[in-house]
Write a protein that binds this ligand. Structure first.
Ligand code: COA
Length: 363
């Protein structure tokens, strides 16, 4: 057995065949079209494989993402397409590959690693924990638009620059280039919906579907609350069947409007996350508090434990993975036991950090 190692350039087509055979059998497109910024030759250095007799038997891909939030910039390492050939499972190959991906995350100074999975216990053994917030709303029925005078379209021929401009207005987003944005727009099974104002300017957009995933899910969108709600109203009427919107918890103005017309709300997790560079993360969190005038935050390791709180009012966390749910939610400072009200008030100034990844970022 050889690896984990990055594939060489001449193994690229072999790798795509392995992934298609194991993860996308029967689909008409290449899996690299679905993950155009991760499964691409320019990210080969972040791919890890194991081979036997020159055949690929196990794989995972890593992609670092920079997430801007109003208070903090986080570097998150996304891990995806984790797969082992059926004949080679239960030998610890994926575990080895994942550890190699976590080293990449460490070497590239990520604060957290993230992945999306149903195999919670498998990844818990590697220190991942479900964390962060993600809201889902099912649009069961037609509803009235919030704004008048807009024109709607389901035509995919939209200038990427216009969509990219609205994407850039989100308070929390991943740093993307226009070139990356253009590649995402070409993902198979992507439906683009747009709303245009009377001056011909793009007022809102919504993206539904992503290759084999997210059919009938709107996972990326942009624009003001009123035009976007009006676009959703038009999509509901045009589709003639329910769809689901995936939204961040911090979009409070939007969520308030959505709840009026789509009362079925499901609160889930952003993904499975793991702290990668504790010292770097601790320094960033303390700096963010200092910017808010709070100078006595304690976030440090003590032996196998993590100490967290203000001044001498501290709690002891037994595992670093407990910290993930405190920093990113769904836990809130009020839910932490034994802390004084003044400490809870201070911690609540920035926690939980409103981390969000849009649908195209999941790999
Ligand atoms: C999930 C998947 C990637 C795991 O691959 P794998 O190489 O078998 O993974 P590992 O061998 O590292 O671990 C699998 C299990 O075998 C166990 N194992 C590891 N080494 C072992 C050994 N020497 N003997 C027996 N069992 C072993 C692990 O503890 C783990 O147990 P768990 O499932 O109870 O947690 C594989 O089943 C797969 O490709 N599934 C289809 C694609 C998929 O679902 N991918 C996940 C997307 S997030």
């Amino acid at each position: 057995m050889e690896g984990p190692r990055p594939p060489s350039g001449h193994e690229w087509s072999h790798l795509l065949n392995f992934l298609t055979e194991n993860l996308r059998k029967g689909e008409s497109w290449s899996i690299s079209d679905e993950y155009p910024t991760a499964l691409t030759p320019s990210n080969l250095h972040n791919v890890r494989i194991m081979t036997e007799n020159e055949q690929i038997v196990s794989h995972a891909v890593f992609k670092p993402l920079i997430i801007k939030t109003p208070q903090i910039i986080l570097k998150i390492g996304a891990i995806g397409s984790v797969v082992t050939d059926e004949r080679y499972r239960h030998q610890g190959l994926s575990r080895e590959i994942l550890k190699a991906c976590l080293s990449l995350a460490q070497d590239q100074h990520c604060d957290f690693a993230i992945l999306w999975t149903q195999l919670f216990d498998f990844y818990r053994k590697l220190g991942f924990e479900l964390a962060g917030n993600e809201m889902n709303y099912v649009f069961e029925h037609d509803f009235k638009p919030l704004a008048e005078g807009l024109r709607f379209s389901a035509d995919s021929r939209v200038a990427p620059e216009s969509l990219f401009r609205l994407y850039g207005q989100h308070t929390i987003n991943t740093v993307r280039t226009l070139e990356e944005f253009k590649k995402y727009l070409k993902i198979p099974k992507t439906q683009i919906y747009t709303a245009w104002d009377s001056g011909g300017q793009l007022a809102a957009y919504a993206i539904e579907g992503k290759g084999a995933d997210l059919t009938d899910y709107i996972h990326e969108w942009g624009g003001g609350v009123k035009p976007f709600m009006s676009l959703l109203s038009w999509i509901r009427k045009t589709k003639g069947r329910p769809f689901t919107l995936i939204a961040p918890k911090h979009s409070q103005n939007l969520l308030n409007e959505i709840k009026k017309v789509a009362p079925i709300e499901h609160q889930g997790y952003l993904g499975m996350l793991k702290v990668i560079d504790f010292d770097q993360l601790s320094a960033k969190v303390k700096k963010t508090y200092r910017n808010e005038g709070i100078v006595d935050i304690v976030l440090e390791r003590q032996g196998p434990y993590v100490l967290f709180g203000c001044g001498t009012d501290l709690i002891t966390l037994e595992r670093e993975s407990d910290l993930t749910q405190i920093l990113l939610g769904p836990l809130t400072p009020e839910s932490l036991p034994h802390l004084k009200p003044i400490t809870i008030q201070k911690l609540s100034k920035i926690l939980p950090l409103p981390l969000w990844l849009w649908g195209w970022d999941s790999i």
